[in-house]
Unconditional design. Structure first.
Length: 254
């Protein structure tokens, strides 16, 4: 059952990006957040642009399998669309525990005939369940791109978040990649806006320091330019080089 009495992060994010899959409570809280931290709308768009560049780079590197956990509501240029445009035989598994997300995903996201697109209903806190279900589609003897885009902040305990990341990364074969971003805590307005949002009863999100976010890549080989503000990760020619309060990067398991 869908609870429309409290905001939902996937729906609010959809609202900030100009989508239609949200309710009045999401609009109201999205506006309240943006009134305190106006940069949040740019952050939403920049996070999507980073995902597009990341998936494109991985597919161009020869990756043909993607595990996208906490994918959120479908919007423009989803993971499978970007990957399968480059290589139609790519296989993508989306995992999320939000019934709204899964309902829309099954309705709207369709891959190519050559590839495969699948959906798992599972919580990030259940990594073994995700891995077991993903193995029905993905070959864990071949490289996989693990994607945790804006979702680790929903794991409130930092040590738990690190343990989940290590578990997932540990399951990947050599030659796999880890792609990730999350919000950072370096802006006072953003911290205040997040506290206000969390106080609504919505599922909270933890902004973390850049140093904490960088530890999620420990033990892997970071691709240049490292863990940076998302607009500064290999921007497209002519793109504005203005930092945002979302940091991310890509690393390889060697």
């Amino acid at each position: 059952m869908i609870d429309t009495s409290v905001p939902n992060s996937a729906r609010v994010w959809n609202y900030w990006m100009g989508g239609k899959d949200h309710y009045l409570v999401d609009q109201e809280q999205g506006d309240a957040y943006a009134a305190v931290a106006p940069q949040i709308r740019d952050m939403a768009w920049e996070s999507r642009e980073f995902l597009i560049r990341a998936v494109r780079h991985l597919a161009e590197c020869g990756i043909r399998q993607f595990l996208d956990i906490g994918a959120g509501l479908p919007t423009h240029y989803n993971t499978h669309e970007v990957a399968q445009r480059i290589a139609p035989d790519c296989r993508i598994v989306y995992a999320d525990n939000d019934p709204v997300v899964l309902m829309h995903a099954r309705t709207l996201l369709h891959g190519t005939k050559e590839g495969q697109t699948a959906y798992i209903s599972a919580d990030l806190r259940e990594p073994e369940k995700i891995l077991s279900a993903a193995a029905d589609v993905l070959d864990f003897n071949q490289p996989i791109a693990l994607m945790l885009m804006g979702v680790l902040g929903h794991i409130e305990d930092y040590e738990e978040a690190k343990a989940i990341v290590r578990h997932l990364q540990g399951s990947l074969p050599l030659g796999s990649y880890f792609a990730h971003y999350d919000g950072v805590d370096t802006n006072a307005d953003l911290r205040a806006a997040q506290r206000g949002y969390d106080a609504t009863g919505a599922f909270p999100y933890m902004l973390r320091s850049p140093e904490q976010i960088a530890t999620f890549y420990d033990g892997l080989t970071l691709l240049d330019p490292g863990v940076v503000s998302c607009p500064r990760w290999r921007p497209d020619p002519g793109a504005a080089d203005e930092p945002t309060d979302i940091h991310g990067g890509i690393a390889r398991k060697d």
